[in-house]
Design a protein. Structure first.
Lengths: 167, 188
C-alpha cells in the first residue's frame, strides 16, 4: 500500500510524457508556411545588413584611396621639388671641365702633389695649413656662408629655390 | 534528467537562428519548421486557444529580430530560449486580457460534466493542465512539452531549481486529484 502513491505518480508522469508527445505530434502534423510577417522581417534584416556591409566596404575603399592619394601626393612633391644637383667634381676639377684640357688637369695634380710649392718661405706645416684654410673654403664650401662641399654650389651663389637656404 | 532533445539538433537550430537573424530566409524557414511543433504545442497549452497560440508563436519568432545579433550569437540552446520567450509572450497575452486573466489564473479545477468526459487520456490531461495555476502549469508544459530539464526551466523562469521542483510536485498532486476525481465520477 505504501508504494501505491509512488506508482500512481509514476503512472501520471508517464501519462504526461505521452500527452507531451501527442501535443507536439499533433502540432507537427500541421506546420504552416513561414508567416508573411516573419518573411518580411527576415528580408528587412537582410536589407538592413546589406548597407552595413556596403558601408564597411566603402570605408575600407575610402581609407585605401586616401592612403593612395597621400602616396601620390608625396611622390608628386618628391618629383616636383627641385632636387639638389649632383655633387659633381670639386671646383678645381670643375675648372678643368671648362678648359676640357687633360694637360691642365695633370698640371693641377702635379701642383697638388708638390706640397712645398704651396708653402711660402719660412712657413711650417701648421702655418701653411692655417693660411690654406680660406683657400680651401673657396675651393669647396664655406659652412658659415652657406653651401656644402657636396652640393657643388658655390658659397656665394644665391640659394636655390626650395632648398631651405636664405629663408 | 537528461534532455531528450539531441545536442546536435540544438546546435543545428543555433546555426539556423544566427543565419535567420542575419536575413537568411531559408534558415528562418528551417528554424520555424523545426521549432514549430514544440512552440505551438506549448503556446496552445498555455493559452488554451489555437488562434492565440498562433499569434504568440508569431510574436515569439518576430522577437528574434528585436534582439541584437550579438545576443543571438550567444544563444546555445535555441529551443529552451524560444520556449522562454513564448512563455513570456503567453504571460503577456494572458495579462493583457483581463477576462482571460480572471478565467485562467488560480482557477480551481471544475467538476467534470458529461460533456467534458473524454476517453482519451491526453485530452483529459490537456484539460486538467489548463486548469492548473499558471506557475504550476508552465512548469508542467516546459517539462513535458518543451522537454526541458528542471535546471533549464529554473533558468528560463529565473527561479531556484528547488522552487521549480516544488511547483512540479504540487502540479502532479493537483493533477492526480483531478484525475482521481474524474475516475470516481466516471465510475459513479
Amino acid at each position: 500500500m505504501s508504494h501505491e502513491p509512488d506508482e500512481r505518480l509514476e503512472a501520471l508522469e508517464s501519462a504526461l510524457e505521452q500527452w507531451g508527445d501527442a501535443e507536439r505530434s499533433a502540432a507537427g502534423d500541421q506546420i504552416p508556411l513561414l508567416p508573411l510577417d516573419l518573411r518580411l522581417r527576415v528580408r528587412a534584416a537582410r536589407d538592413a545588413a546589406a548597407p552595413v556591409r556596403a558601408g564597411r566596404i566603402g570605408r575600407y575603399l575610402g581609407a585605401a584611396s586616401a592612403m593612395a592619394a597621400m602616396l601620390i601626393g608625396a611622390l608628386w612633391i618628391g618629383v616636383g621639388q627641385p632636387t639638389a644637383p649632383s655633387p659633381g667634381p670639386p671646383a678645381a676639377v670643375a675648372s678643368t671641365d671648362a678648359a676640357t684640357s687633360l694637360a691642365e688637369l695633370r698640371r693641377l695634380n702635379a701642383e697638388a702633389d708638390d706640397v712645398d710649392s704651396w708653402r711660402l718661405p719660412g712657413e711650417t706645416a701648421l702655418t701653411w695649413i692655417a693660411r690654406d684654410q680660406p683657400q680651401r673654403r673657396s675651393l669647396g664650401a664655406d659652412p658659415v656662408r652657406g653651401g656644402s662641399p657636396t652640393s657643388g654650389q658655390a658659397a656665394d651663389a644665391p640659394p636655390l629655390p626650395g632648398s631651405g637656404q636664405g629663408d | 534528467m537528461d534532455p531528450k532533445r539531441p545536442q546536435a539538433d540544438e546546435e543545428q537550430r543555433a546555426v539556423w537562428l544566427r543565419a535567420a537573424r542575419r536575413g537568411d530566409e531559408a534558415a528562418a524557414r528551417q528554424l520555424h519548421d523545426a521549432c514549430y511543433p514544440v512552440l505551438y504545442a506549448a503556446a496552445r497549452s498555455f493559452l488554451g486557444d489555437e488562434s492565440d497560440a498562433h499569434d504568440a508563436l508569431q510574436s515569439t519568432l518576430l522577437r528574434i529580430f528585436d534582439r541584437p545579433v550579438r545576443d543571438i550569437d550567444a544563444v546555445r540552446a535555441p529551443t529552451a530560449w524560444l520556449l522562454t520567450i513564448i512563455r513570456n509572450e503567453c504571460r503577456r497575452m494572458l495579462r493583457s486580457d483581463l477576462r482571460r486573466q480572471a478565467r485562467e489564473f488560480d482557477r480551481p479545477a471544475p467538476a467534470m460534466s458529461d460533456a467534458d468526459r473524454e476517453d482519451d487520456l491526453s485530452d483529459a490531461l490537456r484539460r486538467h493542465v489548463r486548469m492548473l495555476p499558471i506557475d504550476q502549469r508552465e512548469v508542467v508544459i516546459l517539462r513535458h512539452i518543451g522537454q526541458l530539464t528542471f535546471d533549464q526551466i529554473a533558468e528560463a523562469l529565473s527561479e531556484n531549481r528547488n522552487t521549480i521542483a516544488g511547483r512540479y510536485r504540487a502540479a502532479l498532486g493537483r493533477l492526480r486529484s483531478a484525475m482521481h476525481h474524474e475516475e470516481t465520477v466516471h465510475v459513479a
